[in-house]
Design a protein around this ligand. Sequence first.
Ligand SMILES: CC(C)(COP(=O)(O)OP(=O)(O)OC[C@H]1O[C@@H](n2cnc3c(N)ncnc32)[C@H](O)[C@@H]1OP(=O)(O)O)[C@@H](O)C(=O)NCCC(=O)NCCS
Length: 339
Amino acid sequence: MDTVDIVRVDPADEALLAELHRLHQAVHAADQPDHPRPLWEPFLARLRQDNREMRTEVLAAHVDGQLAGRALIAWPVIDNRHLAQFDLEVIPSHRRRGVGRALLAGVRRRAQEEQRRTLVSGANRPVLGGPPRSDAGARFLAAMGFGVALESMSRRIDLAAVDAADEQRLLADCRPRAADYECASWTGPTPEPLAGGAARLVNRLMTDAPTGELDIEESTLDAARLHADEQAALDRGTHLVAAAARHRDTGEVAALTRVDVRPPGDHGTIWVTIADPRHRGHRLGTIVKIEVHRLVRRTFPYLQHVYTGNADSNAHMVAINERLGYVAVEAVIVYQLNR
Ligand SMILES: CC(C)(COP(=O)(O)OP(=O)(O)OC[C@H]1O[C@@H](n2cnc3c(N)ncnc32)[C@H](O)[C@@H]1OP(=O)(O)O)[C@@H](O)C(=O)NCCC(=O)NCCS
């Protein structure tokens, strides 16, 4: 076993941040080379992210004065203040020498100091037909006593390969079921008249979408917090592309989806897709996703892939995504440990 020194990273320490980025690139090249290449600006923005919703902190692990790994910890600030969400990276040449174990001990210490009772992290597993994936993360977390809280799948769609005629047929099939609803799509912050309803819907995600054994509470977002969170994303250079369906009679926001596009804009990630349970059965999930794909294609013609993650037990959402052309990339297992 190596002697591992764990230090808390000063976000103003540009030299160490540059080293951390090189480590991140080495881990990416070894473990997920098919994923979009990590870039410096979004990396820096993520490490320095400190906003009303989330505080971020990084622990660095050195062996003989050399950077060997890091832990990124996210502390939810307003809701779910019992959680410490973290993610470890150890440089491939230093694995199986106790660096991960030392970093996790550091995370646990900090979680204790911050009075967070639940540690949460994710790890990948390969899927049939998907790219090769190491299961080191899953094995590590299991060996450290973590339990599986949620099994989910990361999928992606190749927007350039979507058959426009098929997409139009699908939309035409859905529309008669959704005659009581009107659709809107936009880029940037949620338009004022929709913001309150959109925030209410996002809060429901924690209770309506399957969350397995995850020790997680419904959030309490309102229009002001949604807008502040959106502004923080825009300040980090993220573009927001969204679509919603509104019930014509009541004005309620019945379904919502948003794709986040980070520089360099070659891929996007679904931040949320949700249909209000009171408005289900009207094909709104499919409609808003088609609308958002169309707006993404118009706004970022060079964007190829949109990624999304769904719990395996979320059968409706998985069926919609597969019908639209999403294919599985990797399994994402969420692990949890109560200190
Ligand atoms: C997961 C990861 C952080 C582990 O770091 P590490 O420094 O190699 O971990 P350690 O040497 O401290 O391992 C501690 C124990 O975890 C288990 N473990 C770690 N890697 C393993 C592997 N590839 N296969 C089986 N067990 C493993 C073992 O029980 C190990 O103890 P041992 O070596 O005495 O048998 C590293 O592989 C990594 O960076 N992977 C990519 C990122 C990732 O998957 N992160 C998700 C976890 S947050």
